[in-house]
Design a protein around this ligand. Sequence first.
Ligand SMILES: Cc1cc2nc3c(=O)[nH]c(=O)nc-3n(C[C@H](O)[C@H](O)[C@H](O)COP(=O)(O)OP(=O)(O)OC[C@H]3O[C@@H](n4cnc5c(N)ncnc54)[C@H](O)[C@@H]3O)c2cc1C
Length: 435
Amino acid sequence: MKYIIIGTGVAGIAAIEAIRSIDPGGSITLIGDDTHGYYSRPGLAYYLTGEVNDKLLFPQIAAEFRRFQIHSIKGLVAHISPSTHQIDLQNGSSLNYDRLLLATGALAAPLTVPGAKLPGVVKLDHLDDARKIMKLARRGKAAVVVGGGITALEIVEGLTACGTKVHYLLRGNRYWSNVLDEDESHLVQNRLTEEGVVIHYHAELKEILGRGLVQAIRLVDGSVIPCDIVAYAIGIVPRLELARQAGLAVDRGILANEYLRTTNSDIFAAGDTAQVLDPRSGHMILDSLWGTARDQGRVAGLNMAGKQTAYIKSLPSNVTRLAGLTTTIIGAVGKGRDEDVVGIARGDSEAWRELPDAMAIQTAFDINHVRLLVGERTLLGAVVMGDQLLSLPLEKMIAGEADISPIRSKLLASGAAIADIISDYWIGWSKLHTS
Ligand SMILES: Cc1cc2nc3c(=O)[nH]c(=O)nc-3n(C[C@H](O)[C@H](O)[C@H](O)COP(=O)(O)OP(=O)(O)OC[C@H]3O[C@@H](n4cnc5c(N)ncnc54)[C@H](O)[C@@H]3O)c2cc1C
């Protein structure tokens, strides 16, 4: 069997591991156009702040990789001919496959205002982007960051860590309003302000000004902010060009069934590029998270090698850092539309929106913060900021649909010690439900 994997991200690598687990002899070719190959893309945020070095960014050392016995090619795949099972690279070479995986990921949604092509306008997709930002960022320079989600905030923090004066533009009146509640947004905003970031609310970028280099930006309200760098993270767009050209069905992503098969039975799709049937909800889901890409890549790999394994979406759960505050977002916490993120916001999976609204209770002390979404009989979601002691118990209890009837009224009582109540309940529940 000849397998070709396009994309050296986590979905592609997970697929290779899965194929090898059941087909030790098949030929696997991995093709990617990122010259650095496989590295942790979430790690780029910490690379920018200087907390992660080159070595830590690459989770797999070459020797480990060699055990998969794959043929690796650096280059751009320009064309797929499903009828002849052939792919063509931009460099003119061609290869044949029996099974093909499109794990081509997604790119930052482009900024389209006048001046967006000026040098000094940056985004954060790849390692080279991070290096470019670090090269531009200096003490004494000023930057404007546009976008309301996690990546924009990561760029804000990276630039601040480099000593750059940052102006952060938010379209609405608070940060990440479709996921965080008002208190959580304010917590993040206050910390940014303390770090010297200037937040501009209700600020919409109109144009970037400069000749040859960025000199300033102008907002829709006419105000001008002088700056040397403009960074944007306004959503992501799956890379669909190959799938479209090959005649595969696409919507917002490449459409794939629960076995990660596209509309061509020998071509599979996984990761940020794929829009996958969730058998539980019956919806086609775009879910642009590292863990999802890894899980989908694994399932696609198994099925490419002959298994019949369905991808079942696990509980959405994302650990991230917001203005230096470790934050875990579990299950159904968001509602409404994020005014600042266009396209597909990371962490904003559809499952969150589909779950019914539930009562929210919360507690906060210093910078530690927990928010629970309490349903009739179960917990539906949680946000844990700061101290992460409760993250794992909450994740397990939400995923395991723990019956919280015995503690529900205690949790909802005014002034309830939520952390203590959950911890006590967890001790008993985990003995019965976790191995
Ligand atoms: C800065 C940043 C921070 C993030 N933080 C988090 C986080 O905290 N938590 C979280 O869950 N997720 C996070 N993510 C998202 C997460 O990294 C992605 O969901 C995940 O990496 C997607 O993996 P993938 O394999 O689908 O695609 P990718 O990692 O994008 O890999 C796709 C690869 O395919 C290659 N490719 C595309 N087209 C072609 C072609 N025609 N020919 C050859 N090669 C091609 C691309 O160059 C790329 O290397 C973050 C992403 C970024 C950029």
